[in-house]
Write a protein that binds this ligand. Structure first.
Ligand code: GMT
Length: 379
């Protein structure tokens, strides 16, 4: 099939997921057209089935806010018509679902063809940004106008019905991970650089926004390093980073923490680490935690949102209430002290990640696409 994928190209979970989905579909022979304003970060392969269409947003002195949504809808129309797309699959509702609606109407008016739109809801498009009343009417309308709606967890599906007047079914297709990519042998030399004295390695990766409660990462690690020789790797970047560097200085633990910025080779980092911290206020799913589990890390997280759907308390890691730094610290210390228990838990985390392997999830999306096939047999 000829599939248009619309996503954010940055390091955020929705863009990562959409890009990995597109790459996997291309490997299966589908023609995949990415439509976004920048080359997606994980779109780092050459594949003759993958096409990338950049959305250009011309500026003009009158525009304090250049109209990205109009530029995106116009690019969608161009790609649908010139590459005869079978469907559009948009990731993250804002503004992708409403732009897709507009593109669909324009193509219908021009050609009479109705191009199906599949919208995948990812998280903050529903729980933070989407339900703000500035956006809500358009978000509700464009989700309801989608031909199929999917959510990345049961929790997000429930949140969507709770916060928006949705009149159609929402199917849950969970996020996934490519186990073969994350199940890597650790590079000893790399491990030695980070933890020269055999320290335990703790990792956090995110876009350092308020919702991630990054200060809890630093506070939990502060407690851990009092009891256990450990290092913390802070991967990613975002608005909270300067304050977190300051907090690390105030606590006198800068030698124990490295802020490594955005990293494309997460699998190398996760291969040498032991424990992933995700103390978020909310996660619809927590893709970063799943990737850590696929690399054999245990996860200490909050029990917010969809996290209990992947992290099993006492089996793959531990969960605590949002903000309960003490509980998260105690869980971390007790498992890091127990070498055999840690190894058992790491194996269980990996096993749990296997259930979310990409090979199990891609066919679920293909099943939805096939409903809209124009050819028989569907190819
Ligand atoms: O919060 C992020 O890391 C970015 C955000 C996004 O949409 O790019 O992530 C959301 O989607 C991810 C992929 O589906 C989920 O794994 C994250 O849990 C979700 N973030 C939140 O719900 C806060």
């Amino acid at each position: 099939m000829r599939i248009g994928i619309v996503c954010y190209p940055t390091f955020g979970g929705s863009g990562v997921l959409a890009t990995e989905l597109g790459k996997a579909l291309a490997d299966k022979g589908h023609k995949v057209h990415f439509i976004t304003y920048q080359q997606p970060v994980r779109l780092n392969v050459f594949n003759t089935n993958i096409f990338y269409h950049e959305v250009r947003v011309p500026t003009y002195p009158l525009f304090d806010y250049p109209p990205y949504e109009i530029a995106l809808a116009s690019t969608m129309v161009d790609v649908i018509m010139n590459y005869d797309l079978d469907l559009l699959h948009v990731h993250y509702a804002i503004p992708h679902a409403s732009a897709a609606y507009m593109a669909k109407q324009i193509v219908k008016q021009k050609t009479g063809r109705v191009v199906p739109v599949i919208t995948t809801l990812h998280g903050t498009d529903i729980t933070l940004v989407g339900k703000d009343k500035t956006y809500e009417p358009v978000v509700t309308f464009s989700i309801n106008e989608s031909d199929a709606i999917t959510a990345v967890s049961e929790n997000l599906r429930e949140e969507t019905f709770k916060n928006f007047a949705i009149t159609k079914p929402i199917e849950v297709i969970t996020n996934f991970v490519d186990i073969s990519r994350f199940n890597k042998k650790p590079i000893d030399a790399f491990k030695k650089v980070i933890a020269p004295n055999g320290e335990k390695i703790v990792v956090h990766a995110s876009n350092f926004r308020k919702v991630k409660r990054v200060e809890d990462v630093i506070k939990v690690f502060y407690e851990i390093q009092k009891q256990i020789r450990a290092k913390l790797l802070m991967v990613g970047d975002g608005p909270e980073r300067p304050a977190m560097e300051e907090l690390a200085r105030e606590l006198g633990i800068t030698d124990e923490i490295r802020f490594v910025g955005k990293q494309e080779q997460m699998e190398e980092i996760l291969a040498v680490s032991d424990l992933f911290l995700l103390p978020s206020e909310y996660e619809s799913f927590g893709l970063a935690a799943l990737e850590a589990m696929a690399a054999g890390n245990i996860v200490i997280s909050t029990n917010a949102g969809g996290l209990p759907e992947i992290n099993i308390h006492g089996v793959t890691g531990y969960m605590a209430n949002v903000g309960d730094v003490e509980a998260m610290s105690q869980f971390a210390i007790s498992i890091l002290e127990d070498e055999a228990g840690l190894e058992r838990m790491k194996a269980a985390a990996f096993k749990q990640a296997e259930a979310f392997d990409i090979s199990n999830i891609i066919p679920l999306y293909e099943t939805i696409y096939k409903r809209y096939c124009r050819m028989d047999p569907c190819v």
